[in-house]
Design a protein around this ligand. Structure first.
Ligand code: NI
Length: 138
């Protein structure tokens, strides 16, 4: 049975700040740069989620992309879009909302929400046109 990967894209806009309370302002500024701005800043994120599984001989699909779209909306995008990642998202509480950390948190939410026939293969979170991270589990 051939295993095929399928990717669905979503977009969201969110504000954040990269900052450690246990560091001085100088150290925060040195490490996090503009992303430590106390008055927040925002990004237009692009999220590509890839699942892998066998092709269902009846439908020709690995997974119904409508179901993947719904899972991404319910588990991730509806919670993050137009929100402050530091203040408003319960499942990001206590973590620095770097692209890396947000990608791992997204993985954990989606992995638990997918049908048994597929496995989550890749979460690709793009924060800016030039910066993105990939998490493949593990
Ligand atoms: Ni930022």
């Amino acid at each position: 049975m051939p295993l095929v990967q399928v990717t669905r894209r979503a977009h969201f806009c969110a504000a954040h700040r990269l900052h450690r309370d246990d560091w001085s302002e100088e150290r925060n500024r040195a490490v996090f740069g503009d992303c430590s701005n106390p008055n927040w800043h925002g990004h237009n994120y692009t999220l590509d989620v890839t699942v892998e599984g066998p092709v269902d001989p009846e439908t020709g699909f690995v997974m119904d992309l409508k179901a993947l779209k719904r899972a991404m909306a319910e588990q991730v995008v509806d919670d993050l879009d137009h929100c402050n990642l530091n203040l408003e998202v319960s499942w990001l509480e206590g973590i620095i909302p770097s692209t890396e950390n947000v990608a791992v948190a997204i993985w954990e939410r989606l992995a638990a929400a997918l049908p048994d026939a597929v496995r989550l293969a890749r979460v690709h979170l793009r924060e800016t046109p030039n910066n993105s991270v990939v998490y493949t589990g593990g």
